[in-house]
Design a protein around this ligand. Structure first.
Ligand SMILES: *[C@@H]1O[C@H](CO)[C@@H](O)[C@H](O)[C@H]1NC(C)=O
Ligand SMILES: *[C@@H]1O[C@H](CO)[C@@H](O)[C@H](O)[C@H]1NC(C)=O
Ligand SMILES: *[C@@H]1O[C@H](CO)[C@@H](O)[C@H](O)[C@H]1NC(C)=O
Ligand SMILES: *[C@@H]1O[C@H](CO)[C@@H](O)[C@H](O)[C@H]1NC(C)=O
Ligand SMILES: *[C@@H]1O[C@H](CO)[C@@H](O)[C@H](O)[C@H]1NC(C)=O
Ligand SMILES: *[C@@H]1O[C@H](CO)[C@@H](O)[C@H](O)[C@H]1NC(C)=O
Length: 802
């Protein structure tokens, strides 16, 4: 309200008063008058003026350690929800004051600088009091109780019932949930009468193209939030043009607000009031009644800005956008996911050779993942393999998207990334081969991680100056990384890039569950083939027979945590069926059977291949254990659960099922009681189950891979040789390792590596879980980056403690 003369101003004020009459924000509700000369000092969260009902308060809120915010908040809701603020960009320090001067000026000054930070502006003279109203409106009024200034006219990111937005007013989203600085999204009621949501050219306020609009032809004049909770646009004659939120909510029973949240979604929230005894304070939380847009990941997609999430990030729609980094990438700033993701590896160099370093990269695949409108190159027709080669050979390429003979190459930084369920678009994310183990943070040790330091140190010694700087930078980022993963954006109920199958579809795909591939204590696996509309692939259909939980949400939560995994050493879950009693998982089909068949079959597989497999399994485990979004303990690592893909690559299967199944059943070992199976000893004792149970099982598995035999062999030549784990330690201790590999010429030639692998395995099968290496260290030892020291007797723990 920039008004010229005093007369006009008064006339306007009267007019305003008349408009507001039905909601009576005048004299009688201005319960407690705040008189001229009053002030508030920022000392704690208790410096405020409350409205007569006590439901709203105006005053200072302490924002972490950063300072104080002058704000209006819901004062009876346990999490004091801020609905308006004066100085989000410019917090003041403790001791600062807001003052209603004797001249009727209302201003906030900072104590440290003495500077005026904010002033209620654009009103004339004549203020005689201020008041915090029960509607949540803070007003400055003259002697006739006419509001000369109102917080309702200067909204920040929220509107409240009885508040209206007039043409050209705007709401700005805050920066993050707890940073009240102006953020990246804006809501405007424009002069053409439409309400629109925009991304801004952050940090500027200028706007991009809208991502949501009311799309009406008649000119809307006002956005109304009426007392029963309807939000709508009205024409100049007062008739309703379009509803924005049309839930009917009782003002007596609920608090309400509509906020343009920091994630770009405009949400209508309600929270039950604690009247009488019906609602206890712990039930008092905000829930969403409606949101605009419905799916922000699909709504924001622009060629200038970064989409609904940051650069290189991938957006999934749940209650709002969930931003995740692609495989091989991590957050720039875990506290602010919109800053985007950075690769964990040194990107491909564009050196002299025609396709430098191409051999050092591989692709992580993500189904139904797309970065639309960001390609720098497009090819058609192309096979997927051609597309992969094209991206590998091109140092600009960070990701290739592929679908039906079409190949899009995309460079860094990637933007607009999102999951597009059912689109069939595959993302091939180019990742440096060796880097995953180099960079991924170690959960177990927030302390200094020696292995990483050793690794980085040795690389530093051996590489060129430029690389050194990059590595130093990465090391710095690594060390400075405080938290693993994103700031709590993963929601449990989401089922991401998974296809939902009906039971009928799967019955058809498996030809009536005909061809059985395997059967376990809790599941039966069938071979199937998908319809050609689902690309006609072979699949493995796993029917779970023995579920602990029939809770739908928990099932979905588990499935979604499995569905989010993506690694070349894991069997990819493609979809699931959850219909009536049926719980079925659909996996990619592994053509080369299980590791058990491979190792213990007719002919002894080649030692080099076995080493690759051992390394592959360790990398898969490392991913499960240290992938930040959801740490997965496998709990059942054994040769039957390692499958082999077309190129005899190791793929871990059945991960994430532990929680879904009756573990105690799967753990009444199939071997003989009292012998060492694949199951860690803590299962039989009252010890906590940690990631180290998988390390134990891996150790037993590794011995099996090295020696090409089962852990328990009844027909062993000698009784001492029946249990591989015991025999291997004896051989190692007595320096008679050659006995272990008697029939393996290749292995005998590579005795040093064999010995090292046996030593690693012995470390893994230590009875004391704390002596076993972390999965990270295990991988580094297998790769040869970290020295393997002499292992103690695995059972020394038992004998000394029990
Ligand atoms: C607040 O001040 C106005 C103007 O002086 C007066 O009319 C009104 O009665 C006062 N209200 C209360 C509750 O003191
Ligand atoms: C005030 O509230 C904020 C947020 O709830 C909190 O971080 C801060 O520690 C509180 N300050 C005091 C002095 O209680
Ligand atoms: C809020 O975010 C802005 C933009 O990144 C930053 O400049 C400011 O320091 C942040 N404020 C607080 C209190 O963290
Ligand atoms: C609010 O608007 C809705 C929709 O037009 C209407 O049904 C309701 O009666 C209105 N409530 C009030 C208190 O005006
Ligand atoms: C109000 O205006 C709209 C269009 O601006 C028109 O369709 C409607 O008939 C008008 N209603 C009344 C009661 O005049
Ligand atoms: C790196 O990737 C290439 C191509 O996929 C593969 O042949 C090679 O074995 C990989 N190296 C390692 C150590 O994984």
């Amino acid at each position: 309200m920039l008004l010229g003369t005093m007369a006009f101003e008064l006339a306007y004020a009267f007019c305003f008063l008349l408009m507001q009459l039905p909601f009576s924000t005048i004299a009688q509700t201005d319960g407690k008058n705040i008189s001229l000369g009053s002030s508030l000092t920022a000392l704690d969260n208790k410096s405020f003026w409350a409205s007569p009902s006590g439901e709203f308060a105006f005053g200072f809120q302490e924002i972490g350690k950063y300072g104080f915010l002058l704000a209006i908040w819901f004062n009876k809701v346990p999490e004091r929800t801020i609905v308006w603020s004066a100085n989000g960009d410019n917090l003041v320090q403790k001791g600062s004051t807001v003052e209603l001067t004797s001249a009727g000026q209302f201003r906030l000054s900072d104590i440290t600088t003495g500077k005026q930070i904010w002033v209620a502006s654009s009103y004339g003279t004549g203020v005689v009091y201020a008041a915090m109203l029960d509607t949540g409106n803070f007003v400055l009024a003259n002697r006739n109780s006419i509001h000369l200034w109102a917080s309702f006219d200067q909204p920040t990111d929220t509107i409240l019932p009885t508040q209206t937005l007039s043409q050209n007013s705007r709401l700005f989203a805050r920066y993050t949930a707890s940073n009240y600085s102006r953020g990246r999204f804006q809501l405007t009621l424009e002069s053409d009468g439409n309400l629109r949501l925009y991304t801004t050219l952050f940090p500027l306020d200028s706007i991009n193209s809208p991502y949501w609009s009311t799309n009406i032809k008649d000119s809307g004049v006002e956005l109304m939030f009426n007392q029963s909770g309807s939000i709508y646009l009205t024409a100049s004659n007062g008739s309703i043009l379009t509803m924005v939120s049309d839930e009917i909510v009782s003002m007596q029973d609920f608090y309400q607000r509509a906020t343009l949240d920091y994630d770009g979604v405009f949400r209508h929230y309600v929270c039950p009031k604690s009247t009488g005894s019906s609602v206890r304070s712990w039930n008092m939380a905000w829930s969403t009644l409606s949101s605009k847009p419905k799916d922000i990941c699909m709504s924001i997609f622009q060629d200038k800005c970064v989409g609904a999430c940051g650069f290189n990030s991938i957006c999934t729609q749940d209650q709002g956008p969930i931003c995740q980094c692609p495989y091989g990438y991590t957050d720039m700033d875990p506290a602010d996911v919109w800053k985007g993701c950075k690769p964990n590896f040194v990107p491909q160099s564009c050196g002299e050779a025609s396709s430098p370093e191409a051999h050092l990269f591989y692709f992580a695949e993500m189904q139904n993942t797309n970065w639309p409108v960001t390609e720098y190159n497009y090819f058609q027709p192309a096979t997927e393999d051609w597309c992969r080669q094209a991206c590998l050979a091109d140092c600009f390429c960070a990701v290739a998207n592929y679908r039906d003979g079409q190949c899009w190459l995309k460079g860094s930084p990637l933007f607009n990334g999102r999951i597009e369920p059912g689109s069939g678009i595959k993302a091939l994310i180019k990742v440096r081969n060796e880097s995953s183990t180099l960079i991924s943070g170690d959960r177990d040790s927030k302390k200094k991680d020696n292995s990483t330091l050793i690794l980085v140190g040795s690389l530093l010694l051996s590489s060129s100056g430029f690389l050194n700087i990059l590595l130093l930078l990465i090391t710095y980022l690594l060390v400075s990384r405080m938290y693993c993963g994103r700031a709590k954006v993963i929601q449990p109920y989401l089922v991401m890039n998974l296809k939902y199958f009906t039971y009928e579809e799967l019955e058809e795909a498996t030809n009536g569950f005909k061809e059985e591939l395997g059967r376990g204590a809790f599941a039966t696996v069938f071979k199937g083939v998908l319809r050609s509309s689902d690309n006609g692939k072979y699949v493995a259909v796993k029917r779970l027979d023995n579920m602990v939980k029939d809770n739908e949400l928990e099932f979905k939560a588990e499935i979604s945590s499995i569905g989010k995994t993506n690694h070349k050493n894991l069997v990819q879950l493609l979809g699931f069926c959850n219909e009536g009693q049926h719980r079925i998982l659909v996996y990619e089909f592994m053509s080369n059977g299980s590791l058990a068949g491979f190792l213990f079959g007719e002919s002894m597989p080649n030692w080099y291949k076995r080493r690759q497999i051992a390394l592959g399994i360790a990398r898969g485990l490392l991913y499960l254990h240290e992938d930040c979004s959801s740490q997965i303990i496998h709990c059942d690592i054994k040769p039957q659960n390692i499958l082999l893909d077309d190129s005899i690559g190791a793929r871990i299967s059945d991960f994430g099922l532990a929680k879904l199944l009756k573990m105690d059943q799967t753990h009444t070992t199939t071997g003989i009681r009292g012998t060492k199976g694949y199951v860690a000893p803590e299962w039989f004792k009252n010890f906590p189950i940690t990631l180290k149970v998988d390390v134990y099982s891996y150790g037993i598995l590794l011995l099996g891979i090295v020696c090409c035999r089962r852990n328990f062999e009844q027909q062993a030549e000698d009784e001492d040789q029946m249990i591989l784990a015991d025999w291997a330690y004896d051989c190692y201790e007595q320096k008679k390792l050659h006995l272990l590999f008697k029939n393996d010429d290749e292995a005998m030639e590579d005795m040093k590596t064999m010995e090292k692998y046996v030593m690693i395995a012995i470390w893994c099968i230590q009875e004391d879980p704390s002596l076993r290496p972390t999965t990270k260290k295990l991988t580094l030892m297998l790769e040869g980056t970290v020295e393997v020291s002499i292992p103690p007797n695995p059972s020394s723990f038992t004998s000394s403690i029990m």
